[in-house]
Design a protein. Structure first.
Length: 139
């Protein structure tokens, strides 16, 4: 798994905790202990009620395609090579059942087959020894 050369998340603070759950093939989001609202990306304060009280809650792993963009020209050297993550590719925004949105990629759907509202579920791809990324497949 040492061949992965694409950008990786910085594993620090709450982001490290988020990807720690991913490494266990489990998707978790922060949930406010005061008002119950979920949030992502990880941060200390609830945007709804300003509470600092929260806990990690396991996600259903299900959501729908909220948006995407098709990239046809590699703008980073790591995407020049012919790999599944190379161009054309379509980063997606998934709206999870918990209400949070997550930027990711599909594993089984070429860009021209994406549809608004398409039901998807999370899968996990261990791209390095340290980092496992949440990806999505069609339901
Ligand atoms: Zn809150």
């Amino acid at each position: 798994m040492s061949e992965y050369s694409k950008p990786l998340p910085g594993l620090e603070g709450l982001t490290k905790d988020f990807y720690g759950f991913c490494k266990q093939e489990s998707l978790h989001f922060q949930q406010c202990s005061q008002c119950g609202v979920f949030r992502h990306v990880p941060r200390e304060t609830c945007a709804e009620c300003n509470s600092f009280e929260w806990e990690w809650t396991k996600s259903s792993g299900r959501g729908t395609i909220f948006s995407w963009v098709v990239i046809n020209r590699a703008l980073h050297p790591a995407f020049y090579d012919p790999s599944p993550d190379a161009v054309p590719m379509a980063p997606i925004v998934v709206e999870m059942e918990e209400g949070v949105r997550l930027v990711s990629n599909m594993v089984d759907c070429p860009p021209d087959q994406l549809e608004m509202g398409m039901p998807v579920s999370v899968v996990f791809e261990a791209v390095t020894d340290e980092v496992t990324l949440p990806r999505f497949r069609r339901v």
